[in-house]
Design a protein. Structure first.
Length: 307
C-alpha cells in the first residue's frame, strides 16, 4: 500500500490549528511497534479498510491516533477505543467495523492506558481530554461525525470488581476491586440498573452498557436507554452536570448519540482475548439492532464546529 503524506490540509474540522499535524496513509501490515496491528497480519483483516496515522501536538501533550475507515460506508458508527491497553476493545471495534462500516479511532499511547507523551505535568487519560478549550483533540477524534458517521460507540475493558470505599451502595460480600465500573457500584453520578435474568453477557457484573443523560433530563432520555432496559441489559445510568472531560459527557452536552460498552478484561491469551471481545460484540450487535438501524438514523445530525 502506498504511503501518502496528507499534511496540514487533512485537518477536516476548521478552526482547530494543531502544531505538527500530519496525516499519513499507511499499510497496516507493515505497522511496527504496535501490538494491535501485530495481532492482525492477515490481509483479510484489512480488506476494504483504509488506515491513516494522525500525529499532532496540543498544549502540553502530543498525540498519535489511528484512523481506520470503511470509505464505502461512511455513515456507519464512529468507533472509539481510547485506552491502548484495552486490547479487546480494539478487537471488537475491528470486527464491528467490517460489519457496519464507519470509522474507527484508536489512541496509540504505547500500549498503556495513559498518554505519557507530555512536556510537563502528569500523564493524560485519553478519555478525559474532551474539552472545548482544547478543541484540537476532539476535532481529530470526532471528525467523522461531520461526514455522516452515526452513532458514537466507545469500547472499553476493565478490571474485576470495584472500589467499595467509594461506593454509596457497597455490597459487604463483594471482593474489593478497582475503580467504578460494575453494575454493583453507585455514587452521585452513576446509578446502576442490573439485569434481572443475568443471561450472557450480563452474568458478569463488570459487563455493562452506559446510558448517559443530562441532569436536566431523565435517565430514560439517554440514547437507547429504553431499549437496553427492555432487553434486560446491565445498564449504568450516568448523570452529567458538568463535564469530567470524558467522551460520554462531551457527547451529552453536545447532543450527540453515544453508546459505551464495558466488560471485564480476561487477559491476553488468545481464547481469553476472544471471549472478552465477544461480550463487547454481543452488546454492540444487539444495541445497533434496537437503536441504530439505518431506518432509525436521524434526518439531521448535529454538526461540530471547533474554534
Amino acid at each position: 500500500m502506498r504511503i501518502l503524506a496528507l499534511g496540514l490540509a487533512a485537518l477536516v474540522l476548521t478552526g482547530a490549528r494543531l502544531p505538527g499535524l500530519t496525516v499519513i496513509r499507511v499499510d497496516p501490515l507493515t505497522v511496527t511497534g504496535d501490538d494491535d496491528f501485530a495481532r492482525h497480519r492477515d490481509p483479510a483483516d484489512w480488506q476494504g479498510l483504509t488506515v491513516h496515522r494522525i500525529d499532532f501536538s496540543e498544549e502540553r501533550e502530543t498525540w498519535r491516533l489511528w484512523k481506520i475507515e470503511d470509505r464505502s460506508r461512511p455513515n456507519g458508527p464512529l468507533w472509539f477505543v481510547p485506552h491502548d491497553n484495552e486490547n479487546a476493545g480494539f478487537e471488537a471495534a475491528l470486527v464491528e467495523l467490517h460489519k457496519y462500516g464507519g470509522t474507527l479511532i484508536a489512541v496509540d499511547s504505547g500500549g498503556v492506558r495513559m498518554n505519557h507523551n507530555v512536556t510537563m505535568g502528569p500523564p493524560i487519560d485519553p478519555n478525559r481530554n474532551f474539552n472545548d478549550g482544547l478543541p484540537g483533540y476532539p476535532s481529530q477524534v470526532l471528525a467523522a461525525l461531520n461526514h455522516g458517521a452515526w452513532p458514537i460507540i466507545a469500547l472499553h475493558t476493565n478490571q474485576r470488581g470495584y472500589d467499595p470505599s467509594t461506593s454509596t451502595c457497597p455490597h459487604p460480600e463483594d471482593v474489593p476491586g478497582e475503580g467504578v465500573i460494575s453494575i454493583r457500584y453507585c455514587d452521585a453520578v452513576l446509578h446502576p440498573s442490573p439485569s434481572q435474568g443475568r443471561a450472557y453477557p450480563f452474568d458478569n457484573d463488570d459487563t455493562v452498557a452506559f446510558a448517559t443523560y443530562n441532569a436536566s433530563a431523565r435517565p430514560e432520555d439517554a440514547f437507547c436507554d429504553r431499549q437496553m432496559m427492555a432487553a434486560d441489559f446491565n445498564v449504568v445510568h450516568e448523570r452529567v452536570v458538568d463535564s469530567d472531560g470524558s467522551l460520554s459527557n462531551y457527547a451529552v452536552l453536545h447532543h450527540l448519540s453515544y453508546l459505551n460498552f464495558e466488560t471485564e478484561d480476561l487477559g491476553m491469551e488468545p481464547d481469553k482475548l476472544a471471549a472478552t471481545r465477544d461480550r463487547l460484540v454481543w452488546m454492540v450487535d444487539h444495541a445497533i439492532a434496537m437503536c441504530a438501524t439505518p431506518a432509525q438514523r436521524p434526518t439531521v445530525l448535529p454538526k461540530l464546529i471547533f474554534r
